[in-house]
Design a protein around this ligand. Structure first.
Ligand code: ADP
Ligand code: MG
Length: 694
């Protein structure tokens, strides 16, 4: 099955739109994407009303107005720094059109003296004369009707002007196809929503501020379509996962007790509860599909370990899959500690293992000698064969997709699945990421943890902060220095980190290390080990440390240009300290000139450590000014849904998707065909793949 032909034009490059060359294409890629459908999803962020068309004498300065004028004379500037003026009039008064940096005879052609023109732009009063600096529109009289309208304003970027973006968007939007209705007719009617193509046209053609509201029927409809595609995808995956029956894993109480005794601490109440819930699921004849949600440092690993022990006690093997090499090694260190005391064998397999050593690992996995396997994507490879895989734990930190979960759990017959995530997703949004997965939450921090003292300090005081580190080092503190995100570009991040590293070395000598994403895994490990063992006092790093590094002795974190980070990311970063029993300090260096939203983020992070509160706040502050690293927040990358406004639609889409698949699990009816188109429209290709194999 392939994409319906009717959608093909949508997935063409934007180059197919008149006026889009390589340069425009790049600019549009920045604001929307490289394909025509990306332009469809780029909804207006504002509007310009050009319907105000007064006589000059009545025209009010400050307004956008469309005037009908006769051109009188051109007054070129006496000096280049002065503007070029074109004096015009109507029967009630005069107006000057003002231009800076005029080149060639463009204006003479556009505004020939003696002729009438429609001009539109913002009116200003200057020396008692009404003027329009750089009119947006200069047009002949017969175009009046098309000028005196409301223009949508699209998100812009340097080099992309409103005028050009409008022209290109209008060109792209002529290609909106009419698609068969995929939603239930009665439901659409009840919601008073337009058809899809109508909705898209309306959303791009706002007539008033109200039309820009996320609650406008057109925008709601579009958001709903996206949510439906999202929920259908999740529901299809779920059907696929449920195709495999589960099996009863009863565990081995003696082994469980031994493992508990091997843990170097007493479990918290919520860890105990989570373990009970997990064991209970594993005991059922159905497959476990559970999410373990817990803030950074809440102790998910120990819970995962006890689940592994339960699987092993039932005669099976377990695997923990981590998103990065670094995190896999971290798990290895922790899990091995627990496991060796319980006499369980742990092996770690990552992309780094090659040749003979890899073969040895594979053999121990295949023979069942390895009870617990820790690894990265390398585990997906076909020659990784388990003797009897009973439990898959995915420590995902949002870097895996659902299909990867399937790919791994297909390696075992009937195996149970536990997904661990450190990103607390607001309750309303859990459905969009995990569907109706069962959830266990770790709500308390392990005993003995002290709250982190978080301080906001202006960038200007960076010297004081650096000097302050000396005192910290004297008390044997270990320090993370996190370098600013420059752009969403690793290269620039790296340059900043290297520069800071150089400066810190000048100050503090050899006991400073550098960690960044471009280092070879082995080198990263060496640096981490040195920091962990205390050979290094200061670790200068890019945001790579965010992903699951555990050095309990690290008690100080300085984040440079904290205002550039998203809330979720700051929260994740800060979670690297406050992991031991010593008091920790997090210093957020920020630019005091940063915007209101950035300030709100900083005070939020200062005032709370509760991941769920931070997640809710993150959701509220989203959309208000762009944040680098929003991907980390773990929310799905919606194009048309604004989670903060459309959350009420989520549950409806969830129920809708279930009902649809109950009736037509393979989407074969005529509505099913339309729904397949919807899935293609939102590029849920994996969902369609499972549909085919189902
Ligand atoms: P997470 O994966 O949830 O971020 P970890 O499982 O890495 O957290 O645990 C963080 C730290 O807390 C580890 O050093 C771990 O040994 C410790 N820890 C876990 N559970 C407890 C507990 N109940 N009491 C004390 N320390 C704990
Ligand atoms: Mg962890």
């Amino acid at each position: 099955m392939t994409r319906p032909f009717v959608l093909d034009p949508l997935f063409q490059s934007t180059k197919a739109v008149p006026g889009v060359g390589p340069r425009m294409m790049k600019l549009f890629e920045k604001v929307a994407g490289a394909r025509i459908v990306d332009l469809f999803w780029l909804l207006p962020s504002g509007l310009i009303d050009r319907r105000y068309a007064p006589k000059i004498a009545q025209a009010a300065a400050g307004q956008i107005a469309t005037l009908t004028v006769t051109v009188d004379e051109h007054v070129p500037p006496k000096r280049p720094s002065l503007p070029y003026r074109v004096r015009c009039h109507d029967e009630t008064g005069v107006v000057d059109l003002i231009f800076f940096n005029v080149k060639g005879d463009y204006l003479a052609n556009q505004l020939p003296p003696g002729e009438q023109r429609i001009v539109s732009g913002r009116l200003e009063m200057y020396n008692y004369i009404l003027q329009i600096p750089h009119p947006d529109v200069i047009a002949p009289l017969h175009e009046r009707e098309s000028v005196e309208t409301v223009e949508p304003v699209y998100p812009l970027t340097a080099g992309l002007s409103h005028k050009i973006s409008l022209k290109i968007m209008r060109g792209a939007l002529t290609r909106i196809p009419e698609l068969d209705e995929w939603s239930d007719a009665a439901f659409i009617k009840q919601q008073k929503w337009p058809r899809w193509h109508e909705a898209l046209k309306q959303a791009h053609n706002p007539q008033s501020e109200d039309d820009l509201s996320p609650h406008h029927p057109a925008r709601e409809r579009l958001a709903y379509d996206e949510l439906l595609a999202n929920q259908l995808t999740i529901a299809l995956m779920r059907l696929q996962e449920k195709k495999h029956k589960g099996r009863i894993l009863s565990g081995d109480e003696a082994l469980t007790q031994k493992a508990l005794a091997a843990l170097p601490f007493e479990l918290t109440a919520s860890q105990k509860l989570a373990i009970e819930e997990i064991k209970n699921d594993m005991h059922q004849p159905t497959r476990m599909l559970r999410l373990l949600q817990g803030d950074v440092g809440s102790g998910k690993t120990a819970v995962g370990f006890m689940a592994l022990v339960h699987a092993i006690g039932s005669g099976g093997q377990g695997v923990i899959m981590a998103p990065t090499e670094l995190l896999a090694r971290q798990h290895e260190i922790n899990i091995s500690k627990y496991a060796s005391r319980a006499r369980l064998n742990v092996v770690t397999l990552t992309g780094r293992d090659k040749g003979k050593s890899r073969e040895k690992l594979l053999a121990s996995i295949a023979s069942g000698e390895a009870h617990i396997v820790i690894g990265t994507h390398a585990l997906f490879q076909e020659d990784v064969i388990f003797k009897d895989l009973a439990l898959v734990i995915i420590d995902e930190q949002h870097r895996f997709g659902v299909h990867q979960r399937l790919q791994l759990s297909d390696k075992g017959e009937y195996c149970d699945v536990l997904v661990m995530t450190a990103t607390p997703i607001p309750r309303t949004l859990t459905l969009t990421v995990y569907g109706d997965m069962d959830v266990s939450r770790l709500t308390e921090k392990p005993a003995g943890r002290q709250p982190i003292d978080t301080r906001l300090i202006s960038n200007e005081r960076i010297e004081e902060v650096i000097e302050g580190l000396r005192r910290k080092i004297e008390t044997k503190a270990r320090i993370y220095w996190v370098c600013p995100l420059v752009e969403e570009s690793e290269k620039l991040d790296l340059a900043a980190a290297e520069e800071r590293y150089g400066l810190m070395k000048q100050r503090f000598g050899e006991r400073v290390g550098l960690l960044h994403g471009r280092m070879k895994p082995h080198d990263k490990d060496l640096v981490m080990a040195a920091f962990s063992s205390g050979e290094l006092d200061i670790l200068v790093s890019t945001t790579v440390i965010e992903v699951g590094v555990d050095v309990p002795q690290a008690t100080v974190m300085v984040i440079e240009h904290a205002e550039r980070f998203g809330l979720a990311q700051l929260h994740q970063l800060r979670g690297r300290i406050g992991r031991g029993s010593e008091k920790s300090v997090c210093i957020l260096l920020y630019n005091p000139k940063c915007g209101e939203t950035a300030k709100k983020r900083l005070t939020t992070i200062r005032d709370t450590e509760d991941g769920f509160i931070i997640a809710e706040e993150d959701l509220k502050l989203r959309g208000e000014g762009e944040v680098l690293g929003t991907k980390q927040s773990g929310l799905p990358d919606f194009r048309l849904v604004s989670p903060e406004f459309h959350s009420a639609l989520i549950k409806i889409a969830f129920d809708d998707a279930r009902l649809i698949l109950d009736r037509d699990p393979h989407l074969l009816s005529s509505r099913g065909t339309a729904l397949r188109t919807l899935l293609y429209l939102f590029e849920r290709d994996t969902a369609i793949k499972y549909l085919r194999s189902g």
